[in-house]
Design a protein around this ligand. Structure first.
Ligand code: 3HC
Length: 310
């Protein structure tokens, strides 16, 4: 009966066991995982655009090789996550359709422009740093395929974060102009990176249920605070400042206090009114159309191969 299945599911989640694709699960659990995993995958795919903008203009062959590897990794993360969503019965075509028609989201952070080379370093240090903060707990998510995908993704994100930090360090120790460029990039990417963790806990529609199902292991505000606490000392060793005059250590809390986040900006970006929303989706749709021949060729080859081996 439904109750018996529900009891088995709840006991498994309570015991920190993994729910696997063939296990019974509540429809709402399946739906929220498809929503989150699909939007995570969309974020990885759209996230290739801001960085790819600098591949042809990287200052050295070494930086170009690192950036190409990183952008390829993001594509791989996206495909990995679409596969995880497919284990829940979602169809990749349908998910891409929802992205292209604005019925599913991707991370707000990728709607900001990459104006200088230093942005590539700031994205690696801050955006991939925030992604790691959010993705390490997802390695303990109750849904098996998602948790396992995160283990591989987190290893690659660590390289992304490290290369960004190292690139910023190089700039901040360079000429005054390079330092200025690094500081300007950090000033532009700091607040949007804090928004990546989602709305404040008391305005988060999904957190309570998502935490009850052990999909979300820490709240949005908790991970955001962890990220701020990690970044402040790193900014000091980079010799760069963070654009928040209210940032200060609070001995009592054992954390850094920080200034108010502009949630109007966040909601504007989510509504599609960020600096680059239109450009990102237009480029994505065009890439999808231009890639149709590859999908058709692969499908034709697979069909021929099936016939041959039938
Ligand atoms: N950008 C866009 N939408 C966001 C958002 C953001 N930064 N933060 C929250 N939202 C959306 C949620 O998706 C939800 O909308 P929906 O119902 O249409 O899906 C709404 O705002 C309410 O937010 P909640 O906190 O209630 O939603 P969640 O419980 O889903 O929490 C989340 C949001 C923390 C982003 C969670 O979905 C999550 O952990 N997702 C997996 C991680 C992820 O997607 N990361 C993307 C970062 S980019 C990346 O990883 C690429 C790397 O290579 C840099």
């Amino acid at each position: 009966t439904q109750e018996a299945y529900e009891a088995v599911f709840n006991a498994a989640v309570a015991a920190d066991e993994r729910i696997e694709p063939r296990d019974w699960m509540p429809d709402a659990y399946r739906a929220t995982l498809i929503r989150q995993i699909a939007q995570h995958a969309h974020s990885e795919i759209i996230g290739m655009q801001p960085e790819a903008n600098w591949i042809t203009r990287a200052p050295s062959l070494r930086r170009k090789a690192i950036l190409i590897a990183k952008v390829q990794d993001e594509a791989g993360h996206g495909l990995y996550l679409y596969s995880a969503a497919e284990t829940l019965g979602a169809s990749r075509d349908e998910l891409l359709d929802k992205l292209h028609s604005g019925r599913q989201k991707y991370s707000s952070i990728f709607n900001y422009p990459t104006l200088t080379w230093a942005d590539v370093g700031a994205i690696g240090w801050l955006v991939d740093g925030a992604a790691i903060m959010n993705q390490v707990p997802l390695c303990r998510c109750s849904y098996g395929p998602y948790a396992r995908a995160m283990v591989r993704v987190c290893k690659e994100e660590s390289f992304h974060q490290r290369q960004g930090y190292e690139s910023l360090l190089h700039l901040s120790r360079g000429t005054a102009e390079q330092r200025e460029m690094a500081q300007d990039a950090v000033n532009r990417w700091w607040w949007p990176s804090l928004m990546m963790f989602g709305p404040p806990d008391d305005q988060s529609a999904h957190s309570a249920q998502s935490m009850a199902w052990k999909i979300k292991r820490h709240s949005n505000d908790e991970l955001r605070q962890r990220f701020v606490d990690a970044c402040v000392p790193q900014a000091e060793s980079l010799g760069l400042t963070l654009p928040d005059p209210d940032l200060r250590w609070n001995e009592e809390r054992g954390h850094y206090d920080f200034g108010p986040i502009d949630w109007d900006e966040f909601h504007q970006v989510l509504k599609g009114n960020g600096p680059c929303n239109e450009q990102r989706i237009t480029q994505r749709r065009r890439a999808h159309e231009e890639g149709a021949w590859v999908r058709e060729a692969a499908a034709a080859y697979a069909a021929k191969h099936r016939e041959a081996t039938a």
